[in-house]
Design a binder for this molecule. Structure first.
Ligand SMILES: C[S@@+](CC[C@H](N)C(=O)[O-])C[C@H]1O[C@@H](n2cnc3c(N)ncnc32)[C@H](O)[C@@H]1O
Length: 323
């Protein structure tokens, strides 16, 4: 998947343009950020509770154990920025040791989802006096805004957790990390959570749970196009598919058309034909080895400080310095 575009289009216009372009491709495709409308964000919350989706619990364990080291050595004033943070619960784990020694800590939240920003702002309410600003924006646009508004002497720590990096293909991830680095200054820090390669059965189950929550999360994207763009997708005529592509090292989520059908999307000014079995590719989740994570960030201009791996679920949190 491509990184988000930095053009001036926003909201419904951005969605309409992405839909028109993505569904016009030979392999129909929609960008994963569109999965997160209000309902999609709540469904993602439910995914995090699923026994089969181990990413959230594994990363929380690592952050709880190593938060002090992750933020170690940072001196006031510090701005902690989370990109695509969802409900803010992981940020709490990073903030706890910092706020004790840095009472003037400030936090900036960047997320495309207003619901996620709301949840996170409420979560951070448990730190009275903590300065929190929310930016409903793509990673790149939000980061640009935060970097533009920073003071001359503060240090920034950017958290990019939950394997959000895995939604970008490796070349887009390198470009994204380069963009991130160029918005930072030497001495700033990055904490990156990334899921690791593991047995196929475990990976597929994490994205195709028996309860059907991930299927609902995926199909909600079509519901969103019905609600926001006046489309007439029949959700019963599409099936959720999660497949492990071993060559590319990614789990792909698709919505597969169960019959030959044509769908109208007036808000995107298009009609889309589907053959039976044809799919819309909605998300990739790339899985890495620990050394590949360090190499990706190194190509972007970061130096690894430390890395912690949760061996049971195979998840890694890596702290980097902007050098
Ligand atoms: C997979 S969830 C992960 C949430 C959180 N990091 C966690 O670990 O639980 C991805 C989050 O990033 C947001 N998001 C997805 N794509 C985005 C983009 N391109 N720009 C900004 N936010 C994005 C979503 O709204 C969602 O809150």
């Amino acid at each position: 998947m491509e990184p988000t575009s930095g053009t001036a289009l926003t909201g419904r216009d951005r969605l309409a343009e992405d839909v028109r372009r993505g569904l016009g491709r030979r392999q129909k495709q929609l960008q994963p950020r569109h999965l997160y409308d209000a309902l999609g964000s709540q469904l993602f919350e439910a995914i995090c509770e699923l026994p089969e989706y181990r990413i959230t619990r594994a990363e929380r364990r690592l952050l709880a154990a190593h938060a002090a080291a992750i933020g170690g050595g940072l001196a006031s004033p510090v701005t902690l920025v989370e990109l695509g943070g969802g409900n803010g619960e992981k940020l709490v784990l990073l903030i706890e040791p910092l706020v004790r020694r840095l009472p003037d800590l400030r936090v900036a939240l960047v997320d495309v989802s207003a619901t996620a920003l709301d949840l996170a702002t409420r979560t951070l309410g448990r730190f009275p006096g903590l300065g929190v600003t929310g930016h409903q924006a793509t990673y790149e646009d939000g980061l640009r805004r935060v970097a533009h508004g920073r003071s001359g002497d503060d240090t920034m720590m950017v958290a990019f957790l939950g394997s959000n990096i895995g939604n970008l293909d490796p070349s887009a991830a390198r470009t994204f990390l380069g963009t991130l680095r160029s918005a930072l200054r030497a001495g700033d820090r990055l904490v990156l959570g990334a899921d690791l390669v593991k047995p196929e059965a475990e990976l597929v189950l994490a994205y195709d749970d028996p309860l059907g929550v991930t299927a609902a999360f995926n199909k909600n994207l079509l519901g969103r196009l019905n609600r926001e763009l006046g489309a007439n997708f029949d959700l019963d005529q599409f099936a959720h598919r999660a497949v492990w592509n071993a060559t590319a090292s990614r789990v792909e989520m698709h919505l597969e058309s169960l019959c030959a059908q044509t769908v109208s999307i007036p808000g995107a000014d298009c009609r889309v034909r589907f053959a039976q079995g044809e799919s819309i590719w909605t998300e990739s989740s790339y899985k890495y080895e620990t050394e590949e994570i360090a190499a990706l960030a190194a190509a972007g201009g970061f130096t690894r400080r430390d890395q912690w791996v949760e061996p049971e679920s195979r998840f890694a949190v890596t702290a980097f310095d902007a050098t």
